[in-house]
Design a binder for this molecule. Sequence first.
Ligand SMILES: CCC1=C(C)/C(=C/C2=NC(=C\c3[nH]c(/C=C4\NC(=O)[C@H](C)[C@H]4CC)c(C)c3CCC(=O)O)/C(CCC(=O)O)=C2C)NC1=O
Length: 184
Amino acid sequence: MLDAFSRAVVSADASTAPIGDLSALKAFVASGNRRLDAVNAIASNASCMVSDAIAGMICENQGLIQAGGNCYPNRRMAACLRDGEIVLRYVSYALLAGDASVLDDRCLNGLKETYAALGVPATSTVRAVQIMKAQAAAHIQDDPSEARAGARLRKMGSPVVNDRCASLVAEASSYFDRVISALG
Ligand SMILES: CCC1=C(C)/C(=C/C2=NC(=C\c3[nH]c(/C=C4\NC(=O)[C@H](C)[C@H]4CC)c(C)c3CCC(=O)O)/C(CCC(=O)O)=C2C)NC1=O
């Protein structure tokens, strides 16, 4: 597992060069508190995000919870909710580390094959991950939509900077996209 620092060392070592450009690591340190806020925005809303994403996925495809669907019976529904939580947790680890390797190595490696063997539908999983991607963007910007959240709306109250934390939203989105392309 690598983070932004060990990644810089490994890349430099691979080309037998000293670490040259420190600007990316400087930016990583400078934006550290914003990164922690972003991770916290995901971690402290995780169970709500997962249940909402899986509910949305099922609402759009109710065959999933009927006999023959992959969220039927309750044992499979529970496995699906657990998998949603696993994915979100590894995305949050990657965001904290500033590097995707923990997500790649410990969550996505072999997942496509596992799902194919178990008959877990990739399109539905991708839909749930897309919903979590949109939720994460809203929570990192501390701007969840009132229309969608209703009474469950929750704001973190952390300061939102730099064009609504665009770079952290883009980085988090890239980890969700990684999950989507690993399953496709
Ligand atoms: C730490 C990394 C890690 C991952 C990623 C992981 C995934 C994972 N998901 C599994 C099952 C499963 N995953 C799902 C998920 C779904 N079904 C659907 O229809 C939805 C589309 C989707 C939820 C979004 C289901 C239903 C099962 C059980 C399938 C079965 O037993 O028939 C299994 C098989 C073993 C088990 O049931 O626990 C694994 C290994 N396990 C791990 O340890």
